[in-house]
Design a protein around this ligand. Structure first.
Ligand SMILES: Nc1ncnc2c1ncn2[C@@H]1O[C@H](COP(=O)(O)OP(=O)(O)OP(=O)(O)O)[C@@H](O)[C@H]1O
Ligand SMILES: [Mg+2]
Length: 285
């Protein structure tokens, strides 16, 4: 694998993740499964998708939820076709895991911690570097073609209350943890995603999102997504303070969570932060 060449391709779309990209590429080369973890908006999905695109291999994505079954992942027999031709290749509808194995592509399991542990268990033999196979009952054992690899993402703050992942799962993976990017690097990301040329606006939007994460008002702040969206809405407009506040509320009110002991509303808290960053002075009552 031409690691440096693929890294250069990935760098066009990913800011400040070189070490992580190299680790992922080396792991793929050695058939080691990868977990990317990090809070919402830290770049997990973008990282996995960008590497897959740069590798030019087929990409099969599954999003974890409580109803996801092993059968959905591996595949199932079409009852009508089974009556016609019995259990076999003609009646088997392969699921994304099986397709990724057969076509030597990426099996990308997003938000794996939201899926039932039985379903995650169903992927273990495929992701094991020495096995790389799964058993389809009443059919056959499927071995992964060269090029097959697996990436999982999980959000640790959503871990509580979701399904505990089996120890055997973590044992088969390397784990790459992403954190929120801040300051100049976050500004670079917003610039890349929005193509905004107003650096001062980008700086304010990034600062606003960061402030929601460190503010004592909030138990949970917003990720860079908030900064990206606010930039997109405010760019190329000459809005007055009241319109800017309206936009800030629209972007951030659903992304932050108030501390339980705060008696002010989310809107009042966002407004307080906005005055420090966006406006020269408070409006006179
Ligand atoms: N390092 C980075 N380089 C370029 N873009 C980034 C980077 N980090 C985050 N982004 C951008 O920030 C946004 C959020 O990233 P992404 O969707 O990958 O987050 P996530 O970790 O998958 O979040 P969630 O857990 O909510 O799914 C996207 O628009 C993504 O392109
Ligand atoms: Mg994601």
């Amino acid at each position: 694998m031409q690691v440096q060449k693929i890294l250069a391709e990935c760098k066009k779309n990913l800011i400040d993740l070189d070490k992580q990209i190299i680790l992922i590429l080396k792991s793929i080369e050695q058939n080691i499964s990868i977990i990317i973890d990090g809070e919402s908006g830290t770049g997990k999905t973008e990282l996995a998708k960008t590497v897959a695109l740069a590798l030019k291999r087929p990409f099969y994505r599954v999003d974890g939820d409580e109803n996801l079954t092993i059968t959905q992942l591996r595949g199932w027999f079409d009852p009508a076709l089974v009556i016609e031709s019995g259990f076999g290749e003609d009646s088997f509808i392969p699921g994304p895991l099986t397709l990724a194995m057969l076509n030597g592509g990426l099996f990308f399991f997003n938000e794996v911690n939201r899926a039932p542990s039985e379903s995650v268990n169903g992927t273990l033999s495929a992701m094991d570097s020495s096995e790389r196979s799964i058993e389809i009952p009443q059919y056959k054992s499927i071995r992964a073609e060269d090029g097959f690899y697996t990436i999982f993402t999980l959000n640790p703050s959503e871990y509580i209350g979701t399904n505990p992942l089996p120890e055997a799962f973590f044992d088969r993976c390397i784990r790459i943890s992403l954190t929120h990017k801040t300051g100049k690097i976050a500004e670079e990301i917003v610039k890349l995603r929005t193509e905004c040329t107003d650096n001062s606006l980008i700086r304010k939007c990034v600062q606003f999102a960061e402030e929601t994460r460190i503010s004592t008002f909030f138990e949970q702040g917003a990720s860079i997504r908030g900064a990206i969206q606010l930039t997109q809405i405010l760019m190329n407009e000459d809005w007055n303070d009241s319109q800017v506040l309206h936009a800030i509320n629209a972007v951030f009110s659903g992304k932050v969570k108030l501390q339980p002991d705060i008696s002010r509303s989310v809107e009042e808290c966002l407004e307080e932060i906005a005055y420090n960053i966006f406006f020269e002075a408070r409006p006179k009552n």
